[in-house]
Design a protein around this ligand. Sequence first.
Ligand SMILES: NC(=O)c1ccc[n+]([C@@H]2O[C@H](COP(=O)([O-])OP(=O)(O)OC[C@H]3O[C@@H](n4cnc5c(N)ncnc54)[C@H](OP(=O)(O)O)[C@@H]3O)[C@@H](O)[C@H]2O)c1
Length: 249
Amino acid sequence: MDGRTAVVTGGTRGVGAGIARALAEAGAHVVVCARRPPQPPLEGIEFAPLDVRDPDQAQDFFTALPRLDILVNNAGGAPYRRLADADARRHARVVELNLLAPLTVTLAAHAHLRRTHGNVIMIGSVSGSRPSPGTAAYGAAKAGLEHLARSMAVEWAPDIRVNTLVVGMVHTESAPLHYGGPDGVAAVSRTVPLGRLATPADVGAATVFLASDAAAYITGAALHVHGGGERPAFLDAATANKTPQGELR
Ligand SMILES: NC(=O)c1ccc[n+]([C@@H]2O[C@H](COP(=O)([O-])OP(=O)(O)OC[C@H]3O[C@@H](n4cnc5c(N)ncnc54)[C@H](OP(=O)(O)O)[C@@H]3O)[C@@H](O)[C@H]2O)c1
């Protein structure tokens, strides 16, 4: 990654900070952007203020940037909120952050990426490929994001590669909000085939791979970083194909 510049949106904490660190360790010059600076600052990583939902701010940011090789659209997320518990405008804000903002930012970065034959990585979620009660607008936006990446990959080939990381549950600073305390995290970890949540560094390593020349022939693809995904719930409920102790044969 020496000589390459990477921008990671929402790279100030959580998954994005893991991605920023991994790209910096691989030799890239990394700029993270978010509305507020990282606390504490991330060593060796530049910060620039940006609200990814604002097209003018995004355009100004990339116009001022001397070079761009790798864009990681990571800023995103949603609170747990059932559909009927909020009006449509609040759900639309979730779609704005998780689908429209990556489109806004990527379009603002397009001229740079065409010049450098760069690449884009969308940070998707398993919520985009299974029902997501409590985060329905988020899941729909992430499904759309993956589709957007596939179309961009075709429109912009052969100059720019565009891929999605479909991320499962990650152990970030915010894990207690989603899963509860250590007991909640341990219980949720037991539902993952690999037996643990991902770390931000796991997502960072996959990002470095997709951004690197090792992935030169990979575009329009989705790479699942989910530890094996979700075991089908019906297998536990079914009474067929079990041992007398109730375990699967
Ligand atoms: N955590 C998980 O288990 C998990 C699982 C699957 C996928 N993901 C995906 O991974 C990505 C990061 O998630 P996370 O859990 O690390 O989230 P997080 O800890 O809440 O961090 C979100 C980052 O995005 C920034 N951000 C939020 N709104 C922004 C805006 N309007 N403009 C610019 N920056 C903004 C935040 O900084 P400011 O608030 O200062 O702006 C922060 O840096 C998201 O796309 C999420 O969907 C996460």
